[in-house]
Design a protein around this ligand. Structure first.
Ligand code: ADP
Length: 383
């Protein structure tokens, strides 16, 4: 990109039209950019607030090419996409941030772990599964993960004993030692082409045990100041090891004996960063736009503690979403409500979220848990 860029006229392409693309697009449009979305579902959540949608799949090279060629900069809201196609377009001179090489490194969780380990970043002990005997390498219990394609707990399996071996993942996979987790932490890191880096506060992720989906996020994490500092250093080193540009969510485990281990990296806005919209000076969604078009990064200062809760589709329902309890929940002071505009609900599908701000994090948590009990995303049809 040259010197006299009219940033407000830039054409931004986003691969993926879900909630992350939607809020990213809203922030890009706030700054005047023109936004195009690629998503297979017509009228996707992001398309509802953007200038244009190309209807096409994430492995449809023809449609990806159409998007990239019609935009000045292309970014992503998911990593399971045709990176070979993006690599070809980058070689032809198109700007794609994060780069296809970085996306490739992240797409394969085993390669990602290997790279972090080579750079001296602490990760759980891991081993590639090549033969059936490899599955018994760490003993039991142990965690087996698919190399590619997993998300929201899919592609992650706990093998409790040798009896579980018959259910082991057959796709290319690797093993990880079972970590004794005290807390699951996450940090958003932005890095632009100039090499400027900005980190957000360390947050704490709480999981829905039933499906392994991150359920709530507490900002900031309830950990010692020294751990905040260490976690940030580790997050920055991880992005430098990848040579990543853009915005990244770095997930970590705090072990019961006080160690930090990097679990995985997402090359895009992240569920654990939703809170930044209301809680921080610059939201993760504005930050990613700044980072990918190489503008100065915004302040990541926390203005007020908060708790974010995902609104997942209720079990037993499908069809058009039907929201219950909005009136009662929105009466809670400091609560912000999001419904993504997905046309169909499904059990545990991420349909929206709430963020509750309060100077006192414990009170924010209590209010958020109260709201979670009140708001239900049901559907027009019973399953
Ligand atoms: P996904 O990409 O699906 O989120 P993760 O690697 O984050 O996959 O794993 C999902 C969840 O499984 C984690 O949030 C954590 O609760 C649990 N988990 C993953 N790896 C380990 C491990 N090595 N030891 C213990 N629990 C783990």
């Amino acid at each position: 990109m040259g010197v006299k860029i009219n940033y407000a006229k830039l054409k931004l392409g986003i691969i993926g039209g879900g909630q992350l693309g939607k809020i990213m697009s809203q922030k890009a449009k706030k700054m005047g950019l023109h936004v195009s979305i690629l998503d297979p579902t017509p009228n996707s959540p992001a398309a509802q607030v953007s200038d244009r949608q190309i209807v096409g799949g994430f492995y449809d090279c023809e449609k990806i090419t159409e998007l990239v060629k019609s935009c000045d900069v292309t970014t992503v809201e998911l990593e399971h996409i045709d990176v070979e196609c993006l690599k070809k377009l980058e070689n032809e001179g198109h700007t794609i941030v994060p780069s296809p090489d970085v996306l490739m490194r992240i797409q394969d969780k085993y390669e990602q772990k290997k790279l972090l380990h080579e750079y001296g970043i602490p990760v759980p002990a891991f081993k590639e599964v090549k033969t059936e005997e490899d599955l018994e390498f760490f003993g039991f219990p142990v965690i087996q993960k698919t190399k590619k394609g997993g998300y929201d707990g899919r592609g992650v399996l706990q093998l409790k004993s040798s009896a579980d071996l018959q259910n082991a993942i057959t796709a290319p996979s690797f093993l990880e030692e079972m970590v004794h987790i005290d807390k699951e932490l996450a940090i958003m890191v932005a890095r632009n082409h100039k090499g400027e880096v900005a980190t957000y506060p360390v947050v704490e992720m709480l999981f829905d045990e039933r499906v392994n989906i991150c359920d709530s996020v507490m900002a900031p994490a309830r950990i010692d100041e020294s751990l905040h500092v260490k976690a940030k250093e580790l997050a920055i080193s991880s992005i430098e090891a990848l040579d990543g540009e853009g915005l990244f969510g770095v997930e970590m485990f705090l072990t019961k004996d006080g160690k930090l281990l990097v679990n995985e990296i997402a090359p895009r806005p992240h569920n654990s960063g939703h809170y930044t919209v209301e809680s921080c000076v610059t939201s993760q969604f504005e930050q990613v736009v700044r980072a990918v078009v190489n503008l100065p990064l915004g302040s990541t200062k926390l203005l007020c503690p908060s708790v974010m809760v995902n609104l997942l589709g209720e079990e037993g329902f499908k069809g058009e979403p039907v929201v219950e309890g909005m009136e009662e929940a929105l009466a809670i002071e400091g609560l912000s409500f999001y419904l993504y505009g997905k046309e169909k609900t499904a059990p545990f599908r991420k349909m929206g979220h709430i963020t509750v701000l309060d100077e006192n994090l414990q009170i924010a948590l209590e209010k958020a848990m109260r709201a979670k009990k009140i708001i239900k995303i049901k559907g027009s049809e019973l399953l």
